[in-house]
Ligand binder design. Structure first.
Ligand SMILES: [Zn+2]
Length: 172
């Protein structure tokens, strides 16, 4: 069975063999931030039309703005990005996921010490999407628009990516 380390070694050989993107600058040339879910079905660069060096893509479970905030501050304050798109998606596993269920699974699989670490790392809230995906998008846009960590003149929009059609539709 192929392991991840074998997979990476092979992919690297293939990719670097024809690599032509050396010398790109670190600040994204389009000044865009995409915040989206880690869901394996989303090919962010193809779906959202992003090329190498053009944008920051911040991914986490559920495409949470609160979870992404640390990276958003770095992106905007140190690397000059100017616009943010929050893109959640249909059929997201974080939609309505109860925190209690995650806690019970962590306790069963990893033990009581792991629950203690969730508390010390301030990770008790796994930031599930509440009230449906559309509501979740609006709430996250509102979070960024009212955050003192995001400048008032930054444009922030909210979207939903459909994992069955590949379409991304504006919510707000
Ligand atoms: Zn998701």
């Amino acid at each position: 069975m192929s392991t991840l380390k074998d997979h990476i070694a092979k992919a690297s050989e293939r990719y670097s063999g024809t690599f032509k993107n050396g010398g790109l600058k670190s600040p994204p040339s389009r000044h865009f931030i995409f915040v989206t879910c880690m869901d394996a079905r989303i090919d962010t660069h193809a779906a959202f039309g992003i090329g190498p060096g053009e944008a920051h893509v911040i991914r986490n479970a559920g495409g949470s703005a609160a979870d992404a905030l640390r990276s958003i501050v770095i992106s905007q304050q140190l690397l000059g990005t100017r616009e943010v798109a929050i893109i959640k998606h249909t059929k997201c596993g974080m939609d309505g996921l109860p925190n209690e269920m995650v806690h019970a699974t962590v306790l069963k699989n990893l033990g009581i010490e792991a629950i203690g670490e969730l508390k010390t790392r301030n990770m008790i809230d796994f930031l599930p999407v509440g009230g449906g995906i559309t509501h979740g998008v609006k709430e996250d846009v509102k979070l960024l628009k009212t955050s003192s960590l995001v400048p008032r003149d930054i444009e922030i929009t909210g979207w939903i990516y459909d994992v069955d059609s590949g379409a991304t539709t504006r919510v707000c």
